[in-house]
Design a protein around this ligand. Structure first.
Ligand code: HEC
Length: 134
């Protein structure tokens, strides 16, 4: 308790009393040991739009498709799982690409990617297929 008061007193002084009441409120809600602000390290900051536009299939796969297709979320065929991909690839790439654009069962339309162009989605699909056959 004592240290909490110390910290708050310092903050109150620093904030010229303005936010003192808020700080005290925060201190009594039982969560004072938990740091609330987790700053994102620079390496994980979002790539800007220009960077994304330049991405090819592998980058789109990594950024967008990987979160489901790496671990097989919801039955997604996994990258590199030749058996899982074979019957799908046999449908023909145009059918597969329609399923990428429009969605298919639990595969969300466009992999839920808001910034991906059609070309990028196709490249990501081709990347996955190329890594998933013998
Ligand atoms: C939110 C999870 C999720 C994301 C993100 C996702 N997929 Fe899928 N995808 C699935 C699931 C689940 C299936 C299996 C659907 C089924 O057949 O039941 C699937 C199936 C597919 C298929 C096979 C469709 C067919 O006709 O058999 C292709 C191709 C595909 N995804 C491409 C992509 C591409 C390219 C991306 C990235 C742009 C992507 N997916 C992102 C979940 C996802």
């Amino acid at each position: 308790m004592g240290s909490c008061w110390e910290v708050n007193r310092l903050r109150i002084v620093g904030a010229l009393m303005l936010s003192g009441a808020l700080m005290l409120g925060a201190c009594t809600d039982g969560e004072q040991q938990t740091p609330r602000m987790v700053s994102t390290p620079a390496v994980e900051s979002q790539p800007d739009a220009e960077t994304r536009k330049s991405w090819g299939g592998a980058e789109i796969y990594d950024e967008v498709c990987d979160k489901c297709h790496k671990m097989g979320v919801d039955g997604a065929p996994e990258l590199g799982d030749v058996e899982a991909w074979r019957p799908r690839v046999q449908q023909g790439q145009e059918v597969l690409f329609d399923h990428v654009l429009d969605g298919f069962k639990k595969m969300p339309a466009r992999g839920e990617c808001e910034f991906c162009s059609d070309e990028q989605l196709r490249a990501a699909m081709e990347f996955m297929i190329s890594r998933s056959r013998d």
